[in-house]
Write a protein that binds this ligand. Structure first.
Ligand code: ATP
Length: 238
């Protein structure tokens, strides 16, 4: 089986600084794959490059059988790759419904869009309750839900989530993680970047540990969760 996403020897540089130094991994359809690692490891840079927001310095990316090199960001979305960025980037003055509608800007099937807005409300009932409120009035966790809901509005084949647990209370984080598992059950493939290694590895089929621009360890989520070096470095164990 060919993978939905194939990343081969990807390199990304900011000027002379190489932030991603030749990483390779694949994401099979239907899987949750996670990239974990400390601040500055290159995780966000990797996602931004896959989205077409940064130009790679080298390597090859194939998504759904098509090369992604040199495909601009708006085209990447239309190919079925959605990105819920770090820091959320919702539109605070627009209502929750309007934010969700914006996620569907490439679509013109009105009935389908309505159905998917309802699906977002089913996934996150709080968004439905507050649908007419300005998104800026939502809590951090609720804004994260909205960012995920919005990314889903383009019916992506692959959903990339950058640090969805950042700044959330344990209860909110639990909710977000449960939703990720539910999305997988509904058939969405997910590439998850997280600093919370415990949470990410607990639900991932495959995980990759990044350190200073390189993948230093790969395995199933369960294997990495039980790996001694991972436990020491990322799960706070002595
Ligand atoms: P974080 O969780 O903090 O976002 P990360 O693993 O996602 O960490 P990146 O944000 O991808 O890491 O950063 C990788 C490296 O690239 C870091 O050394 C960072 O300082 C550098 N970097 C990131 N963005 C830029 C930029 N716009 N210009 C220059 N260097 C950058």
């Amino acid at each position: 089986m060919t993978a939905l996403l194939e990343v081969e020897d990807l390199r990304v540089a900011y000027g002379k600084i190489e932030a991603v130094k030749g990483i390779s991994f694949t994401v099979e359809a239907g899987q949750i794959v996670t990239l974990i690692g400390t601040n500055g490891a290159g995780k966000t840079t990797t996602l931004r490059t896959l989205s077409g927001l940064l130009k790679p310095a080298g390597g090859r990316v194939v998504f759904d059988g098509k090369p992604l090199t040199d495909v601009p960001a708006h085209k990447v979305v239309s190919l079925g790759l959605a990105h819920s960025p770090e820091g959320r980037h919702i539109f605070p003055r627009l209502t929750i419904t309007e934010n969700l509608q914006l996620g569907a800007y490439l679509r013109n099937d009105k009935a389908g869009i309505e159905k998917d807005i309802q699906r977002a409300y089913d996934l996150f009932p709080i968004l439905g309750e507050r649908r007419k409120q300005a998104a800026g009035t939502l809590s951090g966790g609720e804004q994260q839900m909205l960012a995920m809901g919005r990314a889903l509005m383009c019916q992506p084949k692959l959903l990339m989530l950058d640090e969805p647990s950042m700044g959330l209370s344990p209860i909110m984080m639990q909710k977000i993680m449960e939703t990720i598992v539910e999305l997988k059950a509904q058939g969405t493939t997910i590439l998850l970047v997280e600093q919370n290694a415990q949470a990410a590895l607990s639900l991932a089929d495959q995980g990759h540990v990044m350190e200073v621009g390189k993948i230093v360890l790969s395995g199933t989520g369960a294997d990495l969760l039980h790996d001694e070096s991972v436990r020491k470095a990322y799960l706070g164990e002595d």
